[in-house]
Design a protein around this ligand. Structure first.
Ligand code: APR
Ligand code: PHB
Length: 394
């Protein structure tokens, strides 16, 4: 098989890139290891920055998002038994976010791609990227029980954190920067209307908790738990009691409870691989970087990577200049490090470390009180949360 751009991975990064290239008239093929059903059911985050919303609309993938997504103009912070609202449009000159689950974005992009092309193969597992430094890189993959090759002008590794593309950058060139955090998130889905209109991020007694939502009838919650926690140790009653304890504010109400339909534990990690390009191999999304989910940046970073990349391919096709392709890694990494910093700040501000003492606790609370009291500190959070504009990264 032969194509211009070979894309490994059919998550949000690979699918949106394929859509953007297709609309620019550039031919590509997507190889996805898993089944369609698996990819469409995988539970992930659900906050879309303004720029992500705009990009999905512009490529024709925004209709269901606009019908079913919930526009949110702020979040609530809870700490010290108090509540503080961050008003996004007021602090950012009009920006907001959309609550629309990543699984739904993926379903919309898959439906479009299967209807209009370019080719998308499920259960097609990339085994290796060969000759990335040549002008004819090759992806070896297995599909339908046999090994095949995809010859490309360019290969894009959109194959997530556990993919194979990153390893094709020689170890002598590749640098990784990592941080693991001494806590995980226990995530649950519950068939109960949200007990709030906007997301609540709490630094409560016993640690962090987040109240999010999927729809007017489905709520999503997260609780900070120790690394290595078994979800089986958290029966439903224990989860609800702990959520109530962490969200407690003076004069507040208990959460509405309902049937818990899913439970899972996710470790928290930051990871950045540099450079994001080697020869004719480019990395995008989780293949190149992971952030802890506290800032809701993972999906949005994947989307901004592929927007930058699609624009570079389109420029190359129109002008013959490789300038934007050459600048891809530097441009993306500036944004990646801003999101890495923001996610790190949000995470450390809102979680308790097992070795924190009373002094640490007071300092974290002082940061939160400052945030609530200062316009510039609130604006800094709001600008980063709603997404820094694609062009304006320092
Ligand atoms: N061959 C083909 N496909 C592969 C291979 C492989 N060897 N390895 C992994 N994949 C596929 C995975 O099955 C997955 O569908 O690559 C896809 C990567 O998708 P994601 O992990 O969703 O990563 P990305 O598209 O970069 O999206 C980033 O996902 O993890 C979240 O928080 C993250 O929201 C962010 C988003
Ligand atoms: C989610 O809805 O899953 C979600 C929302 C905000 C976050 C992380 C996850 O920061």
């Amino acid at each position: 098989m032969r194509t211009t751009v070979g894309i490994i991975g059919g998550g949000p990064a690979g699918l949106l890139l394929a859509r953007l290239l297709h609309t620019a008239g550039i031919d590509c093929v997507v190889l996805e290891n898993r089944t369609r059903d698996y990819v469409e059911q995988r539970q992930r985050a659900g906050i879309l920055e303004q720029g992500t919303v705009d990009a999905l609309r512009a490529c024709g993938a925004g209709a269901r998002m606009d019908a079913e997504g919930l526009v949110h103009d702020g979040i609530e912070l809870r700490f010290d038994r108090q509540s503080h609202r961050v008003d996004f449009p007021a602090a950012t000159g009009g920006r907001s976010v959309m609550v629309y689950a990543q699984t739904e974005v993926v379903k919309d992009l898959i439906a479009l791609q299967l209807a209009e092309g370019p080719p998308l193969f499920f259960q097609a597992r990339a085994l290796a990227v060969e000759k990335p430094e040549s002008d004819r890189p090759v992806v070896r993959f297995s599909h339908g029980g046999r090994e095949q090759t995809l010859e490309c002008d360019y290969v894009i590794g959109c194959d997530g954190f556990h993919g194979i593309a990153r390893a094709a950058i020689p170890a002598a060139v590749r640098r990784t920067y990592e941080r693991s955090y001494p806590y995980s998130w226990l995530g649950i889905l519950a068939d109960v209307p949200p007990s709030c209109d906007e997301l609540i991020y709490a630094r409560g007694a016993g640690g962090f908790a987040l109240h999010s939502m999927r729809s007017p009838t489905v709520s999503r919650f997260y609780l900070q738990v120790p690394n290595g926690t078994d979800p089986a140790d958290w029966p439903d009653e224990r989860i609800w009691d702990e959520l109530d304890r962490r969200f407690a504010v003076d004069g507040g109400r208990r959460l509405a409870r309902g049937p818990v339909t899913a439970k899972s534990v996710t470790p928290m990690r930051s990871h950045v691989t540099e450079p994001m390009r080697y020869g004719r191999l480019f990395l995008a999304g989780d293949a190149a970087h992971i952030v802890p989910p506290t800032g809701a940046k993972g999906l949005n970073l994947a989307v901004s990577d592929v927007r930058v990349l699609a624009r570079a391919f389109e420029h190359h096709r129109r002008t013959g200049s490789a300038e934007l392709l050459d600048g891809y890694s530097d441009v993306c990494l500036r944004r990646v490090w801003q999101a890495t910093r923001f996610s790190y700040d949000m995470t450390t501000m809102l979680h308790s470390r097992p070795d924190d003492d009373a002094f640490d606790e007071r300092v974290h609370l002082a940061r939160l009180h400052r945030l609530a009291a200062s316009g510039p500190a609130t604006a800094e959070l709001a600008e980063n949360y709603t997404g820094l504009p694609l062009e304006e990264i320092g």
